[in-house]
Design a protein. Structure first.
Ligand SMILES: Cc1cc2nc3c(=O)[nH]c(=O)nc-3n(C[C@H](O)[C@H](O)[C@H](O)COP(=O)(O)OP(=O)(O)OC[C@H]3O[C@@H](n4cnc5c(N)ncnc54)[C@H](O)[C@@H]3O)c2cc1C
Length: 531
């Protein structure tokens, strides 16, 4: 039988120490051993029963319960003061066979896999690669869990692929302690699995597009995600090149995403007019004299086995690079300076972004690899329509020069998501992000909350519609913030939550993040009728 270690705790923290946050109980469930003689499906079902037992315990104690993944979110979205469940040991993986595909489905069975929620992106990639498959996109690094990624809407800069939740085609949700609370959910318009197969692990099957889209980016508050059905694709290679390009050129590409006449002039490769798989721009907001930005171009090419003979091992190259995730780049620049944060900011005014011109070719998992820095960090990330990219960047960079903080900017680009509360809600969303290291009160800088308030205000005052990454730092208590960002989709999301979760379960699956964003507040009866 699956069993859970229950530790009394007084606090927990995120990977980048954005807390500490108060806590009573830390729960870690381990599944029955594979040597027990149980099949993987029996072990999976047994784990579901254990999760339901833990939910019942939380309910009986009038306490809240929240699943956490790798604790990589920097906002308090993963925090719950009562009971937090660590999912890392829930990591079974199931291929889907031909007879298990729904008759009305257009998915190919060999692209679909069911992953238990605690699987990390890197483990999934390894498993898929052994089968000649790949995820379609990931974030810049690969330590998050699949359930953690979809719950906040993790993105890379894969212009035409969307975010992690956008290749999820089915969800196994546990919404309470009763047998009928173990649900398999998929879209009615795009069914994936047969009822017979889903009945292997779920009691109730729901096919409903609106419900699926609302639950996809569920903020940890739509129940416990036990399994995620993912659509993969055939292995491909990525050819990566970072170079400094003219500011004006970089911003024009950002505002238009029109690469039809652009020539990145990559050595030994003709990519003139080719739309990249991934485009990212790195910006030092403090040096306004710098005429060039760092631009990362990544092109998708056909997979072949011997690519390492032609291009070398990608991982050692990655270790030398500075343009990996944004925090890492900041750390690499800051390392050259004194340790005093005000001094670092001052020196950034004349510092130029480093040069890096080397081609790397690798699989998705080799190009978007481990996180290079694990100390104290912050990250603020705003989504705007890509046509507003340069305008938003200019305004946010000006706020930053007026209220300096130890960080630098990047812009990434993501196709729109169908998820009701996805921050990638524009046809193409430009994520304007500032990442860096945390500072102390005695550094005499603006507080992070006040800084992010200023970023919200400058976009609002300039009528630039925006969203904020759910897993990143912001003044989440800013009045009316969520309604401003998502409008009528807030009611849609709440209505689905009220349909899926009983009133006591809505309370169990709430947390202070949901309270402060007012997403845990039920809809008024009249609002409920008109949604
Ligand atoms: C080094 C680093 C790099 C990053 N790079 C990127 C990037 O490139 N792109 C990007 O978009 N973001 C990025 N982020 C942000 C981060 O990827 C997201 O916040 C992501 O959600 C973290 O996943 P996790 O597994 O750590 O989940 P957690 O942070 O632990 O949890 C996130 C949410 O998921 C919920 N959750 C987790 N498991 C379950 C479950 N089984 N059932 C229900 N709810 C669940 C939690 O309750 C919480 O609400 C980065 C963060 C770091 C620290």
């Amino acid at each position: 039988m699956a069993n859970t270690k229950i530790d009394n705790r007084t606090w927990w923290d995120t990977l980048h120490k954005n807390g500490p946050f108060d806590l009573k109980l830390f729960l870690t469930t381990k599944m029955e051993k594979s040597s027990s003689g149980l099949s993987d499906f029996e072990r999976y079902k047994d784990a579901a029963i254990e999760i339901q037992r833990l939910i019942q315990l939380a309910l009986d104690s009038n306490e809240r319960f929240r699943a956490i993944g790798s604790k990589w979110s920097m906002s308090s979205i993963a925090h719950c003061k009562d009971r937090m469940h660590y999912n890392a040991f829930l990591n079974l993986k199931f291929p889907i066979f031909e007879g298990e595909i729904h008759p009305a489905s257009s998915y190919e069975h060999n692209n679909l896999f069911l992953f238990q929620s605690g699987n990390r992106i890197k483990d999934i990639s390894r498993f898929l690669e052994r089968r000649g498959k790949s995820l379609k996109t990931t974030g810049a690094s690969n330590g998050q869990t699949i359930a953690g990624c979809i719950s906040t809407g993790v993105h890379g800069s894969t212009i035409d692929s969307g975010s992690v939740q956008d290749y999820v085609v089915g969800l196994n949700m546990i919404t309470g302690p009763n047998p009928e609370d173990n649900i398999y959910l998929e879209r009615e318009s795009r069914p994936a699995l047969t009822d017979t197969y889903a009945k292997n692990f779920a009691t109730v099957i729901i096919r409903d597009d609106d419900m699926f889209n609302a639950v996809l980016v569920g903020l940890g508050s739509m129940g416990f995600i036990h399994g995620v059905v993912v659509e993969s694709e055939n292995l491909f290679l990525l050819r990566r090149y970072v170079k400094k390009i003219n500011k004006k050129e970089a911003l024009q590409l950002a505002n238009t995403l029109d690469f039809s006449t652009y020539d990145p002039k990559i050595p030994d490769g003709n990519f003139k007019g080719v739309r990249p798989f991934h485009y990212k721009v790195f910006i030092n907001p403090y040096n306004t004299n710098e005429t060039k930005y760092g631009a990362e171009f990544i092109y998708k090419i056909k997979y072949y086995d011997n690519y390492k003979l032609d291009f070398g091992e990608p991982i050692p190259f990655q270790k030398e690079f500075v343009y990996l995730d944004l925090i890492y780049l900041f750390i690499k620049i800051a390392e050259k300076f004194s340790k005093s944060i005000p001094t670092i900011i001052n020196l950034l005014k004349s510092s130029i972004l480093p040069k890096e011109e080397k081609t790397t070719v690798g699989k998705l998992s080799e190009i978007f690899w481990d996180a290079g820095y694990q100390g104290k960090a912050f990250a603020c990330s705003f989504g705007v329509d890509h046509t507003n990219a340069s305008k938003a960047l200019e305004l946010m960079a000006k706020v930053t020069r007026e209220n300096p903080v130890p960080g630098i900017f990047a812009m990434r680009f993501v196709k729109s998501s169908e998820a009701t509360l996805a921050f990638s809600k524009f046809p193409f969303t430009c994520m304007v992000e500032i990442d860096g290291i945390q500072w102390k009160d005695n550094d005499n800088l603006i507080s992070l909350t006040d800084y992010s308030t200023k970023l919200i205000e400058v976009l609002k005052n300039n009528n630039i519609p925006f969203t904020i990454h759910w897993g990143k730092n912001a003044n989440w208590k800013f009045p009316g913030l969520i309604n401003h960002m998502y409008g009528k989709n807030v009611k849609k999301w709440k209505k689905i939550r009220a349909k899926l979760l009983s009133i006591p379960m809505q309370e169990v699956f709430s947390n202070s993040f949901l309270d402060s964003t007012k997403l845990s507040e039920p809809l008024a009866i009249d609002e409920d009728l008109i949604v």
